[in-house]
Design a protein. Structure first.
Length: 380
């Protein structure tokens, strides 16, 4: 399996690469004659010359071909700042179109039934395996919180995160159409997740409920645990935060990963600011309800947590920080990173790496849900 568990940074990979290059008798990088050499300034800033980085040798052939087809482009100037306000409707429609291709394929590979329901006053889609729920999972349920920057994703984005897990895990998945920007702001989504959770607690033990999400959904999963603590709700049995988690997005990956995807880092990369996202325009990055990593005491209340990303994901450094923070708090935290893979790569159900992710997720919840069920559905 192409994964690294309890992985704390880039240094070990760089060192191993250096050793491998030395052993092979080949240069680590083929720099042009006379090109500038890398150096570290007195302020600790690394100055890196232009370099050519091939796709990871650890990617599957399918992932390599997909990476080239999806991301290859000639050099281009960054887009100018839009003169008009963002067209959020167009963003949502584009996301639906792109993820619709993945959903159609996923439904061929992973047959499921999808039913729209309102739980706790919140719209949801309830996704169940066509093969039926496994006996061991009849008292269990997973809540999915879709990605999409807190702006889009409640349709096909939610389905592509839920269909493979429901089918392979033979478990019911409830994906939540939480309120998003620009119509709503923090903490609207946390409130919606809590409303659905309260409804499910009426006929499920908290230990039999799991919550997971990707990107914004991974962030919201962590925020929801903080909100449950505020509301004195019992903690779920386990959670998964994928491509986004409980710590601020930043670190090395926010600077390096965009280059490895043929893009420039965002202007506010590693700035510590949330102002670029309209959902958080009235929120403070220091608030533990926004970023639970701000409170070590809060983290002690987190359930076992699964963290997943690719090494070329701009969020992966924040997952390193989240896993370290949870470990310091005494919480079980499993981190899996697929080398060479990009943000939310497992939306493509045909990739071998995606199938590996699905297996990791299914096994994690299968082994963690149901622990410590006590018959009480209230309190912490």
């Amino acid at each position: 399996m192409k994964e690294s568990t309890h992985f704390h940074g880039w240094l070990c990979c760089a060192w191993l690469a250096l050793l491998a290059a030395a052993a092979a008798g080949t240069p680590l990088a083929a720099a042009d004659e006379g090109a500038a050499l890398p150096w570290i300034g007195p302020d600790g800033v690394a100055h890196v010359p232009a370099a050519s980085v091939p796709p990871s040798r650890f990617m599957s052939a399918e992932a390599r071909a997909t990476f080239i087809a999806q991301f290859a482009h000639p050099p281009r100037q960054p887009a100018a700042a839009p003169a008009a306000a963002p067209d959020f409707a167009a963003m949502r429609a584009d996301d639906e179109r792109k993820n619709g291709v993945y959903v159609a394929r996923a439904r061929q590979l992973y047959p499921v039934n999808i039913e729209e329901q309102t739980l706790g006053g919140v719209r949801t889609q309830v996704i169940t395996p066509a093969a039926g729920i496994a006996p061991r999972n009849r008292a269990r349920v997973l809540i999915n919180l879709h990605g999409g920057g807190f702006i889009w994703g409640e349709g096909n984005g939610a389905r592509i995160e839920s269909i493979p897990i429901a089918a392979l895990g033979r478990i019911k998945v409830v994906t939540v159409a939480y309120r998003m920007a620009p119509e709503h702001k923090f903490p609207a989504a946390s409130e919606d997740v809590a409303a659905v959770y309260r409804e499910l607690l009426k006929d499920h033990e908290p230990a039999n409920i799991g919550i997971y999400g990707c990107s914004a959904g991974g962030i919201l999963t962590a925020e929801s645990i903080a909100w449950f603590a505020k509301e004195n709700l019992p903690m779920p049995g386990a959670i998964g935060t994928f491509c986004g988690s409980l710590a601020l997005i930043g670190g090395d990956a926010s600077h390096v990963a965009p280059f490895l995807m043929g893009e420039l880092p965002s202007a506010d990369a590693d700035s510590g600011s949330l102002s670029g996202n309209p959902y958080f325009s009235d929120a403070a990055a220091s608030d533990p309800l926004v970023l639970p990593s701000n409170s070590p005491e809060l983290l002690k209340r987190f359930p076992p947590t699964l963290l997943i990303a690719g090494s070329r994901d701009f969020t992966v450094s924040s997952l390193f920080a989240a896993q370290a923070a949870l470990t310091r708090a005494g919480v079980e935290a499993q981190l899996h990173v697929w080398d060479g893979m990009w943000h939310a790569f497992f939306f493509n159900p045909d990739l071998p790496e995606s199938r590996e992710v699905y297996g990791v997720v299914v096994r994690f919840f299968a082994s963690h849900l149901g622990r410590g069920a006590s018959g009480s559905r209230h309190g912490t």
